[in-house]
Design a protein around this ligand. Structure first.
Ligand code: MG
Length: 158
């Protein structure tokens, strides 16, 4: 068994789109980032890379590469998963999103299904948690959105 951890944070800006786990969430503020600023998928990519000893998202998809500008972050997940999926099975993926507003309760199911589809696993393998930070710190003040991901992979039997 291999476990991986990923973390990401992006600033929020008025009028920017908010995309979480590949799902566009209606919001006045969205994430500013080199790609489409999807903190959930960036944390997921880092967790997958971490579980397989492959460094981090910046190694795979550098910010200074113009191809990554405004890029749909689902492409980062697909590219990494394509490389490692032949050798491993995803046992469990647990994601925690930290955002003050909007409340994500009604969006969690869609985010879960979006990620399960992206990885070709059952939604029951994916868990999405959403928290506010009680008004504290930059996330609590609505200046940033953040996500953490834990993944458990098992080697496939040959
Ligand atoms: Mg990021």
């Amino acid at each position: 068994m291999a476990v991986g951890f990923g973390f990401d944070l992006h600033r929020l800006r008025k009028g920017a789109p908010l995309v979480l786990g590949g799902v566009k969430v209606p919001s006045r503020h969205g994430a500013v980032g080199h790609s489409n600023g999807d903190v959930v998928l960036h944390a997921l990519v880092d967790a997958l890379l971490g579980a397989t000893g492959r460094g981090d998202i910046g190694d795979e998809f550098p910010d200074d590469d113009p191809r990554n500008r405004g890029r749909d972050s689902r492409e980062f997940v697909r590219a990494v998963w394509r490389k490692i999926a032949p050798r491993v099975r995803l046992e469990n993926l647990d994601i925690c999103i930290m955002l003050e507003r909007p409340k994500l309760g009604i969006h969690k199911v869609r985010i879960r299904e979006s990620i399960a589809q992206l990885l070709g696993v059952r939604p029951s393998r994916v868990n999405i948690k959403a928290k506010t930070l009680e008004g504290l710190g930059p996330i609590g003040q609505g200046k940033a959105v953040s996500a953490q991901a834990f993944v458990e992979l098992r080697p496939r039997r040959r």
